[in-house]
Design a protein around this ligand. Structure first.
Ligand code: FMN
Length: 192
């Protein structure tokens, strides 16, 4: 049986070719808030392995707090130019500090400074504070490497269900559902 992770990798690669998107790696990650509401937002998909799907963020953001209360999460992708939708549900776990360091180093200095300047999801005093806080962070690190803040890292969503939908104009979409039994992936086709 074809591994759905390998299938995802192929689709992800295909989605990057001739993509009209500026943010080609954006995927929607949803978590559950303390009132039981789902909460979705786009993040950059950083890596995919047999273990799962990795994105980076502030660990004390709204999503970070939600994940620590309830790791049940989902990730949804839609790549219009190839007509692929992928829906994943699974459990989010923090990546290791070593992995977080690795992803931190791949960020631009400007992204590192922005991360250091803000408390993600906290109220902002005014729009002018955006530039001021960034400027302050630039001065603080004045030419020095920007260390990874302790509250920045990443999560891996370990999948239990992955569904691939191939969009068809006829609406006869092909839906392939893979469910992880714990031992192997079980595949079922679903009606469109
Ligand atoms: C295209 C795009 C990519 C984004 N990538 C990330 C990301 O990789 N990590 C992140 O924390 N926020 C990212 N954001 C911002 C999130 O959508 C969100 O506003 C932020 O993480 C705060 O979410 P929270 O308050 O639910 O924690 C991105 C937004 C967009 C539109």
């Amino acid at each position: 049986m074809e591994s759905p992770i390998n299938k995802f990798k192929v689709w992800w690669q295909e989605s990057q070719v001739d993509s009209p998107l500026n943010q080609k790696s954006a995927v929607c990650v949803s978590t559950i808030d303390k009132n039981g509401f789902p909460s979705g937002r786009f993040v950059d998909l950083k890596a995919v392995s047999d273990e799962g799907f990795v994105f980076c963020s502030y660990l004390d953001s709204a999503k970070g707090k939600q994940i620590s209360d309830n790791p049940k999460s989902s990730m949804t992708c839609w790549w219009d130019h190839v007509g692929y939708q992928v829906r994943i549900i699974g459990y989010a776990e923090e990546i290791t500090e070593i992995e977080a360091d690795y992803f931190w180093e791949t960020r631009t200095r400007s992204a590192q400074l922005t991360t250091s300047a803000f408390v993600q999801s906290a109220p902002l005093e005014s729009e002018t504070a955006l530039a001021m806080r960034y400027q302050k962070a630039s001065e603080n690190f004045n030419g020095q490497p920007v260390p990874r803040p302790n509250n920045w890292g990443g999560y891996i969503i370990k999948p239990v269900v992955i569904e691939f939908l191939t969009f068809r104009k006829s609406r006869l979409h092909l839906r392939e559902l893979y469910e992880n039994t714990g031992v192997y992936w079980c595949k079922t086709l679903l009606q469109p």
